[in-house]
Write a protein that binds this ligand. Structure first.
Ligand code: 0RA
Length: 692
């Protein structure tokens, strides 16, 4: 943004002082457009929209700081709901704007998109869809007071319902002249803007989230080293202590802040400056201009397995990456393969099959990094404009990062640190290749029918949201389950071997486990990170196990497996346990069931009335699912009208993981100890927790 042209100022100006008022009216019309469709300008009218207003002002102050003219910003949330942003920059210019004949300050606060000229210029902090300017804050406020310290005085301009003037007590006088409210030292400069959001424009429950403010303020400090941001919360009912943030180390501090695992290296700093040329429209003509691009990167590897890379352009976060990110990733992958892993012996074997190259993901395992490029007028792309588009930046970042990482691997970095990274990335490559090979072998070796499904799966005919996969413990129960199901939408998967304890097994052990394999294959949505809920072949998964200790163990293992490797299924509430009863009896043609000794006794008491004696009520005990006949099994586990399903939650799964672990501990011990333990500890055996 080089020139500021208000989109609404298309009408020809009338002459003389008349034009001056006509401008004022047009300006109000422009702000009215914001009030008609606030969402278009601030992304909504809830808490996020309110925060957007505050950030619009903070961004301007951060721009002033990033340009080197300010080093303090103070944000105050007042008791009366107003918010004030103060900085010690040069002060927004107050001289008369040549065309508008009102102060530049008034232009900034009344014209849409006027920020480009007065808010830090081409290196603006606000990018993408945002950066609509301070006038939007005015547009959505009932009152706004701007004070500028410069030229030995504090100058003030107020707005009431968007009309410029002066407010004194309860009286408002419209006008364009700034009030000189106080003489101050000639060297003191700065800007303070306080605004009262128009509550009518926002949802009643919209409120500024303090944590969000903190996070953003902290980020701004990492991006402008030396900038102090103070936050003060005076709102009634909030007990937030004032906080002040400052970073001396900039993005290196950000990397330190983001690191969670144990560091394998110190923080590696990479920087450089390069020029490029691009064609841009200047006064309507495409013109070649020279740009200077500064590259700053900070990174470190940790012993973690995830990747945290944040990228920025000027002081704008680019959550979708873009050309700077692409250049960084290519350079890292290249430098690692060409230099760090060049003669690693462990990779020699893989080299024969040409599988020894580290991928982008291998290289970034455990990596924490921040990438910042600084240059004027960045282009953004993508749906949300959160992605840097300027093409030349890619090769600039690539060149600088490749050269300096090569240097670090090649002797500049501490030997011990370089070695740790080499070991880590070697393991990443080896693990990926061997796991994939095992998976491929497994797929071939697993007992798959011609359909690609496990042989033991009795599939249903229609899949989709109303279909279910019933996992049955043991082959003996599988027979009646198959016979009693509705084969249109119920599939049966019998378990034969032991289900792996996913809470402690390695990825390899899980993939080796035939039962886990069968489950992953039947569901058909992948596993682990690659699990895609939308691909699930069934709407529900139902675990059907005996109501005894072993059944409970198997249920724990299955649930732990799904918790670790098919998390979205659980999160979506699509996993259930069928609850077969322990006892059944028939009295007067009615069937009664009980799920515990206590319940059996309670039912007996209820039924024993008049001539019917308790001792004549004969209960039959189910030993296992396999002993039920088809009708019994259908009634208690298959028929949607009569069965009892319990929806298993993430909480159940977490408890299961612990239970599965303790099971392991208790294995081999006295059976009665085990039983007592389970009855006391497994939520899955809790009859009271059933939802019927
Ligand atoms: C452009 C020029 C000048 C000041 C500013 C922008 C400025 C804008 C904002 C927004 C928030 N705080 C600000 N502080 C300063 C003045 C240039 C000069 O005085 O020479």
């Amino acid at each position: 943004m080089v020139s500021a042209v208000a989109p609404t100022r298309t009408r020809k100006k009338t002459s003389g002082s008349n034009g001056y008022d006509a401008d004022a009216i047009q300006t109000l019309e422009g702000l009215e457009a914001v009030r008609k469709r606030p969402g278009m300008y601030i992304g909504g009218t809830g808490s996020a929209g309110l925060l957007h207003l505050v950030w619009e002002l903070i961004d301007n102050a951060v721009d002033e700081a990033s340009a080197g003219f300010a080093n303090r910003i103070e944000v105050t949330f007042h008791r009366d709901g107003s918010v004030e942003v103060a900085d010690n920059g040069r002060g927004i210019p107050i001289d008369k704007h040549a065309k508008r004949k009102v102060s530049a300050l008034e232009v900034v606060l009344t014209e849409l998109h006027a920020g480009g000229k007065f808010g830090g210029g081409a290196y603006g902090a606000s990018g993408g869809l945002h950066g609509v300017g301070a006038s939007v804050v005015n547009a959505l406020s009932t009152k706004l007071v701007a004070e500028v310290d410069r030229d030995g005085a504090t100058h003030r301009l107020c707005f009431q319902d968007r009309v410029a003037g002066q407010i004194n007590g309860s009286s408002f006088k419209p006008g364009h002249t700034l009030d000189r409210i106080k003489a101050i030292s000639k060297t003191k400069t700065g800007t303070r803007v306080r605004f009262w959001p128009d509550t009518e424009m926002f949802d009643p429950e919209a409120a500024i989230d303090w944590d969000e403010v903190r996070t953003r303020a902290l980020r701004a400090c990492f991006l402008v080293p030396g900038l102090k941001i103070k936050l003060v919360d005076k709102r009634a009912g909030y007990n937030n202590d004032p906080e002040e943030f400052v970073s001396r180390g900039g993005i290196a501090d950000l990397v330190d802040h983001l690191s969670t695992g144990d560091p394998l290296t110190g923080i590696i700093a990479i920087n450089g400056i390069e020029t490029f040329e691009e064609k841009v429209p200047v006064d309507g003509k495409m013109t070649m201009v020279a740009r200077e691009c500064t590259v700053d990167v900070a990174l470190r590897w940790t012993d973690a397995f995830d990747t945290k890379v944040q990228s920025f352009v000027n002081t704008i976060p680019t959550s979708e990456g873009g050309t700077h990110m692409a250049g960084f990733e290519q350079a890292m992958t290249r430098a690692v393969n060409d230099v760090l892993l060049k003669d690693v012996r462990k990779l020699a074997k893989l080299a024969k099959e040409n599988k020894h190259k580290a991928t982008k993901e291998d290289v970034q395992e455990g990596l924490v990094a921040a990438i910042k490029v600084t240059f004027p007028e960045p282009q953004f792309r993508g749906q949300t404009k959160q992605e840097l588009g300027t093409p030349a930046v890619q090769s600039i970042v690539y060149g600088i990062v490749k050269e300096q990482m090569t240097g670090w691997f090649d002797g500049e970095g501490k030997k011990a640190h370089v070695n740790r990274v080499r070991d880590k990335l070697t393991s990443a490559v080896v693990n990926r290749v061997t796991t994939k090979q095992q998976l491929d072998n497994k797929r071939k070796a697993a007992a798959m029918g011609s359909t690609g499904m496990p042989d033991k799966l009795a599939d249903c005919r229609s899949h989709g949201p109303d279909s279910e996969l019933i996992i049955v413990e043991g082959d003996s129960a599988a027979g009646p389950a198959k016979a009693g199901r509705n084969s249109e939408n119920m599939a049966i998967l019998p378990l034969r071997g032991k289900v792996v304890n996913a809470g402690k097994a390695s990825l390899k052990q899980v993939l080796d486990n035939a039962e886990a394999q069968a489950l992953f294959t039947a569901v058909g949505a992948g596993s682990g990170k690659e699990f895609n809920l939308a691909d699930s072949r069934y709407g529900r998964i139902v675990i059907l196990c005996d109501a005894d200790v072993d059944g409970s163990h198997i249920r724990c293992l299955l649930l732990t497996l799904m918790y670790k490797y098919m998390t979205p299924l659980l999160e979506a509430g699509r996993v259930f346990a069928a609850q077969p009863p322990l006892f059944t009896t028939k009295v007067g043609g009615e069937t009664y069931r009980a799920f515990s000794d206590q319940e059996r006794d309670a039912v007996t008491k209820k039924l024993a009335r008049g001539n019917r004696k308790a001792e004549n009520i004969k209960w039959q005990r189910f030993k296992g699912l396999g002993e039920m006949n088809v009708d019994e099994l259908a009634e208690c586990a298959l028929n949607p009208d009569t069965r009892i399903l319990r929806r298993l939650t993430m909480e159940d799964a977490k408890q299961s993981e612990q239970a599965a672990h303790l099971f392991e501990v208790l294995m081999g011990n006295d059976v009665s100890v085990r039983r007592d333990f389970l009855v006391q500890n497994s939520a899955l055996m809790d009859r009271d927790a059933l939802d019927i």
